[in-house]
Design a protein around this ligand. Structure first.
Ligand code: BEZ
Length: 259
């Protein structure tokens, strides 16, 4: 899941953000892995989806830029193969039948996306497929706007969004520019329940915007989190749970047989 220069708390991710890989299971259906295929899980995080791909009988390699995620994945699934590596310049000794990626590509800066897509193209066999899900245009916009407003009210600078959330048109154009044929593209809302009924929203912000909170004093951090919780309670809390206003972009892109 990590392809930026962030450091990740793999335990916190596995305990409080398991929804990331639970929802990723849907994308596995699109991947449809088969026995004897060679598959790369790009941005494998703590390896849960890598392990599910392996259950199909495919030979799978998990790749992630975060040493703590790879360490956790190796600890949880010692029988599987995990490698530390950067999505922008990974190579493959032997080409893959398929590449899979869940909730990773939105951590790659827009300007680095062509490098990732070209590395993905080169790592695939002809007719190989790239099947992925990422945050799409407008992803978590309510959470990000509420955080920006709370910081503004304290006179703090506006946070920079480290994520790239493209539209379908923007991303399919990037895929085609890299040489892929896009055979499926979907964009949909998926309000996603957060794990802890009380602290779910604050946990999300601590995990994915931890750098913003780390720049605040303890007092300001509490003020900002309380403010965001108050702003979003009417729209993002229901039936006893906090929801993140996720918007997902899914695609299947195929490397053509003939260039
Ligand atoms: C997402 O999966 O959409 C996401 C996760 C963390 C930060 C931003 C987006």
């Amino acid at each position: 899941m990590n392809q930026s220069n962030r450091s990740w708390n793999a335990d916190l991710y596995q305990q409080k953000h398991a929804f990331v890989f639970h929802f990723g299971a849907d994308v596995l259906t699109l991947l449809n892995p088969k026995p004897d295929e060679r598959i790369l899980d790009l941005g494998c995080g703590t390896g849960e989806l890598t392990a599910q791909i392996a259950e199909s009988g495919a030979e799978v390699v998990g790749l992630d830029a975060s040493p703590s995620m790879i360490a956790k994945a190796r600890q949880s699934f010692p029988h599987l193969s995990f490698q530390e590596g950067d999505a922008r310049n990974f190579g493959a000794n032997q080409p893959f039948d398929a590449l899979f990626s869940n909730a990773t590509l939105h951590w790659v800066k827009e300007t680095d996306q062509p490098s990732v897509l070209s590395a993905a193209f080169n790592a695939l066999k002809p007719s190989g497929r790239f099947v992925a899900e990422l945050g799409g245009q407008g992803n978590v916009v309510r959470i990000l706007n509420a955080l920006a407003k709370a910081l503004n009210e304290l006179g703090m600078p506006q946070p920079v969004n480290p994520n790239f959330f493209p539209s379908v048109g923007q991303y399919t154009t990037m895929l085609e520019t890299a040489g892929f044929s896009v055979t499926l593209a979907q964009f949909f809302d998926r309000d996603t329940p957060l794990t802890d009924p009380e602290t779910g929203l604050s946990d999300w912000i601590a995990m994915f915007r931890g750098d913003v909170l780390a720049a605040l004093s303890d007092h300001d951090r509490q003020t900002v989190l309380a403010n965001v919780n108050n702003q979003l309670r009417p729209t993002n809390f229901r039936d006893g749970y906090w929801f993140a206003d996720y918007k997902r972009l899914r695609f299947i892109a195929v490397k053509p047989l003939e260039p």
